[in-house]
Design a protein. Structure first.
Lengths: 214, 389
């Protein structure tokens, strides 16, 4: 596979051109070469890192972040059947969900998209997740991190309940807790004993990456 | 000066006798606490799935009455606390069966959005947007055709609702007509944010078609509100999220600029004032708001980094500012001293020369009526012109 195709793939993501990115991905899978597919996955990851930086620097906006994530998702869906099982080492497992009483999932899903592209195995518990389901998932998957999303101020106390639930089951020391969502702040994260607050999906991914290497 | 003169003077960027205070009361729970009323009986029924048909029938057959009562209570509560104005809104929703929701029911509105309905811990009704009902291009034309009768009902209901409230309350408070949805919100929320984003890049003609439709409907809806006799209206579109705009401002200009200019022209032709509500971090839009013809800006959400003084510095007196006392902590759990300090700071940052109306940054059911009283008392204490705080 030529580097041109990888460049085309990257450019498709960075220029928000779905057709170009998908065309490049199709050309890669036609070669039926697992090494090439691995390179392509690396190119997607690199491109999304650039997208994330553009967003954090205020050059790009949420819609662009979302659409780049959608392009990456479609490309990865094409590439994944040819990815060798275990060929790409997981950066770690992360359990995520939106807290009980809250049915919003946009921020959570963007986070999942970006963290997946950064190599994390994401266990998505969905929306309106009760405390016990979070606790059970931590027990079952032994993840690096637990991510909780909360858009509504009326449901923010659910996060504290989950953290208390982890403590009761002696799981709190075994998992890092990261929270994000419109209702939350850094101060709130500290007050309920979370390890980190992420103002956006890209920062959230950066934080769990740091946890993964430490 | 009376409440009406006070608000209208501020809206003309002149100094009234004191800083006016506007209420954003709308949540039944807040009004009930202020008025000492019990929650609506129907809210407790929501916890019993066996009553879902009964609830559905009651709500669908009495929608306009329930909505009127909600805002009549909001106005009564605002009068009791001493607000000069309070917003009122009308929307049209239908209760439909939805086995996936906890009460087995979901609200569907005329704009193509689904809302969860539930009772909160105090037994009051809470509704929240959950998803769009028309997520694909293929469904769009049929959707519009099916909903046509509801659009006429919306227009008639909007005039009747606001007129009845204005007629019954204008002697005691200034009701401000709020549209509660915008052209941007009604476009993306009917299909969901991710779908909408995909369509913007992949199907621009379809997006344009939907925006044109929603703009026409919005203009009729806003016109219907103004026909009620309200003198000030609030339009809205949440253009920001916590850290910045949802979409690139140039793209919003391209997609919605003409719609916003058309809306402003409609309001100004009737010699009324248009305040614009937007949540999120919206600094990059402030000059656009002026260019689009808005008279005022409501919200300036502190939790998204919006600061009143900074906004005033950027827009000067080209926009009337309405807000922005915090509803995440200050008006929920803040001390009296903290509330007083925040009021003083807001007055200091924005009130000189008029063009400022003190308000909470957003309606929120956790807001404590006692903190609202403190806010109003502090505005009376420190808000007399000439400003000296």
């Amino acid at each position: 596979m030529s580097n041109d195709v990888l460049e085309q793939l990257k450019n498709g993501l960075l220029e928000l051109d779905m057709d170009t990115a998908v065309e490049a991905a199709n050309s890669i899978i036609e070669g039926d070469d697992s090494a090439a597919v691995k390179d392509a996955v690396g190119a997607v990851t690199d491109a999304l890192q650039t997208v994330g930086k553009r967003f954090q620097d205020g050059e790009w906006f949420l819609a662009e972040l979302v659409y780049a994530g959608e392009i990456a998702k479609d490309v990865m869906n094409l590439l994944s059947p040819l990815m060798e099982a275990g060929a790409t080492e997981s950066a770690g497992t992360v359990v995520v969900g939106t807290v009980a009483g809250d049915l919003h999932d946009l921020g959570k899903n963007i986070f999942i998209n970006y963290a997946k592209s950064a190599g994390f195995k994401m266990i998505d518990l969905g929306i309106d997740v009760p405390t016990q389901k979070f606790v059970d998932a931590v027990k079952e998957h032994n993840p690096l991190a637990l991510g909780m999303s909360c858009l509504l101020t009326s449901t923010d106390m659910e996060i504290g309940k989950v953290i208390e639930g982890l403590k009761k089951q002696n799981l709190r020391d075994k998992v890092k807790v990261i929270i994000g969502g419109a209702a939350l702040t850094e101060g709130f994260a500290a007050s309920v004993g979370a390890d980190a607050f992420a103002p956006d999906a890209v920062t959230g991914t950066d934080i769990i990456k740091e946890w993964g290497v430490s | 000066m009376d409440f009406k003169q006070r608000i209208l003077t501020a809206l003309n960027h002149e100094e009234p006798d004191r800083v006016p205070v506007m209420g954003l009361l709308a949540e039944p729970g807040t009004s009930n606490k202020i008025l000492g009323k019990p929650p609506l009986a129907i809210a407790s029924m929501l916890t019993n799935p066996e009553l879902r048909n009964e609830i559905k029938d009651i709500m669908n057959s009495t929608w306009n009455e329930v909505l009127y009562a909600t805002f009549a209570d909001a106005l009564e509560a605002a009068i009791k606390l001493g607000f000069d104005a309070n917003w009122t809104t009308y929307t049209l929703m239908q209760v439909v069966e939805d086995p996936e929701s906890k009460p087995g029911l979901t609200l569907h509105d005329v704009w193509g959005r689904a809302w969860e309905i539930r009772a909160d811990e105090d037994g009051d009704i809470v509704v929240n947007y959950i998803r769009g009902l028309c997520p694909t291009e293929e469904e769009w034309d049929a959707w519009v055709e099916r909903k046509k009768p509801l659009y006429d009902e919306l227009i008639k209901g909007a005039t009747d609702h606001h007129k009845k409230l204005a007629d019954n309350y204008r002697d005691r408070i200034l009701p401000i007509g709020y549209t509660s949805v915008g052209v941007f919100a009604s476009t993306w929320q009917q299909m969901g944010f991710v779908n909408f984003t995909r369509f913007v890049y992949q199907k621009p003609d379809f997006v344009k078609k939907v925006i044109d439709f929603q703009t026409d409907l919005y203009v009729k809806y806003l016109d219907a509100i103004m026909k009620s006799g309200v003198e000030v209206v609030i339009g809205e579109d949440d253009l920001g999220q916590k850290t910045g705009p949802l979409f690139r401002p140039e793209l919003i200009e391209k997609l919605y600029g003409d719609s916003y200019r058309r809306i402003s022209e409609l309001v100004h032709k009737q010699n009324k004032k248009l305040i614009w509500h937007s949540c999120g971090n919206i600094y990059p839009f402030l000059d656009k708001f002026v260019e689009w013809g808005f008279d005022g800006l409501l919200t300036m959400e502190p939790t998204a980094g919006m600061e009143l003084g900074k906004v005033r510095e950027q827009v000067g007196h080209r926009l009337v500012l309405v807000g922005n006392l915090d509803v995440s902590y200050l008006l929920v759990r803040g001390t009296r001293e903290e509330v007083e300090d925040a009021v003083k700071k807001a007055i200091r940052d924005a009130a000189k020369g008029g063009g400022y109306i003190l308000a909470q940054s957003h309606t929120h059911r956790s807001v404590d009526p006692t903190r609202l009283e403190w806010m109003i008392e502090a505005s009376h204490k420190y808000g007399e012109y000439p400003i000296s705080v």
